[in-house]
Design a protein around this ligand. Structure first.
Ligand SMILES: O=c1[nH]cnc2c1ncn2[C@H]1C[C@H](O)[C@@H](CO)O1
Ligand SMILES: [Zn+2]
Length: 330
């Protein structure tokens, strides 16, 4: 579909899963991590998911090295800037980068230093490249609810100054929406937009609960929405976009193959499907690769691509001013 040259939008991209591999290798040596590898090829095997990955939980083990080096202001700023630089080369015009600030406090950085470093990286890249960026603060479902309150409360001062939304991520259990309802409802009151990872590798009911209890405006993945008719109905009625990440879904075994992914059926049924990378390094992908795979497998056409671009613009948490610029591209 010749999408490589077309403008693109990325709504679901984790910073720690998308560190430029060469930088990650360089920084891991500088930080003295003893990984027992000599070459970038060997190193890539440590940070990329293997084909035989069995589950989301196994996939999540691939973030360890990145989070060990993402513990200084300089590293956080540089990694963010380079991600924006790389995707700008791919003609991505707008990106929402997400990360979990509390994964970066291990060497004494304050919450403010962490978030401000990432925002600095975004702003520096915006000045140099033809791209805009915003930040989504992720709360880890593996951490206590109090940690989520902390992220929501401390991050609120950055709303409108780089931060746009709150997310819940990591391992998915059946009752997580009930567990995190209070801090996410508080986030809504404080002015954050809400996107939630739900129904990723199972448990379609979590999509329903994320909409009803957490007021989710977008759903991360939502692969299993079809298993919960009420959730499916609400996605349609409320125009809630799905942030689909095809290669990541194949890797986590959410689906057995691209062809078996329900994204096309959802799209044809009018659900607002958007295409994203999730983790460019862990899944060894980028937006061009995602669209090229979908074209080669005859899953989406160029017309579909344009429709999904429009869905991404409308579902983005960008200002109206930036949305207007994005609308003009296509
Ligand atoms: O696809 C995902 N589902 C759930 N959690 C994820 C996914 N990709 C990355 N994460 C987690 C691992 C990272 O350390 C964390 C913050 O970016 O988010
Ligand atoms: Zn994700």
């Amino acid at each position: 579909m010749g999408v490589v040259g077309l403008p693109k939008i990325e709504l679901h991209c984790h910073l720690d899963g998308s560190v430029r591999p060469e930088t990650l290798f360089e920084l891991s040596k500088k930080e003295g991590l003893n990984l027992g590898v000599e070459s970038i090829e060997e190193f890539r095997k440590l940070v990329e998911v293997p084909e035989n990955c069995k589950s989301l939980d196994e996939y999540l083990e691939k973030f360890d090295i990145a989070n060990k080096v993402m513990q200084t202001k300089d590293n956080l700023e540089r990694i963010t800037y380079e991600l924006m630089e790389d995707v700008a080369q791919d003609n991505v015009k707008y990106i929402e980068i997400r990360f979990a600030p509390l994964l970066h406090i291990n060497k004494g950085l304050t919450f403010e230093e962490i978030v401000e470093s990432v925002i600095c990286g975004i702003k520096r890249a915006e000045k140099e490249f033809d791209i805009y960026g915003n930040l989504i603060l992720s709360c880890m479902r593996t951490m206590p609810v109090e940690a989520c309150f902390q992220v929501v409360e401390k991050g609120a001062k950055y709303i409108g100054k780089g931060v746009v939304a709150i997310d819940l991520c990591s391992s998915e259990r059946a009752n997580f929406p009930e567990v995190f309802q209070e801090p996410i409802n508080l986030a809504k009151k404080l002015g954050y937009r809400i996107t939630i990872h739900a129904g990723e590798t199972g448990i379609g009911e979590n999509v329903l609960k994320s909409i009803e209890l957490l007021d989710a405006e977008r759903i991360g993945h939502g692969v299993y929405s079809k298993d919960c008719p009420e959730a499916y109905k609400l996605l349609k009625e409320k125009n809630i976009a799905l942030e689909v990440c095809p290669t990541s879904n194949v890797h986590t075994k959410a689906v057995v193959s691209y062809e078996e992914h329900p994204m096309k059926a959802y799209f044809e049924d009018g659900i607002k499907v958007t295409i994203n990378t999730d983790n460019m390094t862990v899944s060894n992908t980028d937006l061009n690769k995602e669209y090229t795979i979908l074209e080669d497998k005859n899953i989406f056409t160029e017309e579909d691509y344009k429709q999904m671009y429009n869905y991404s613009v409308e579902a983005s948490f960008a200002s109206e001013d930036i949305k207007n610029k994005l609308r003009a591209y296509i």
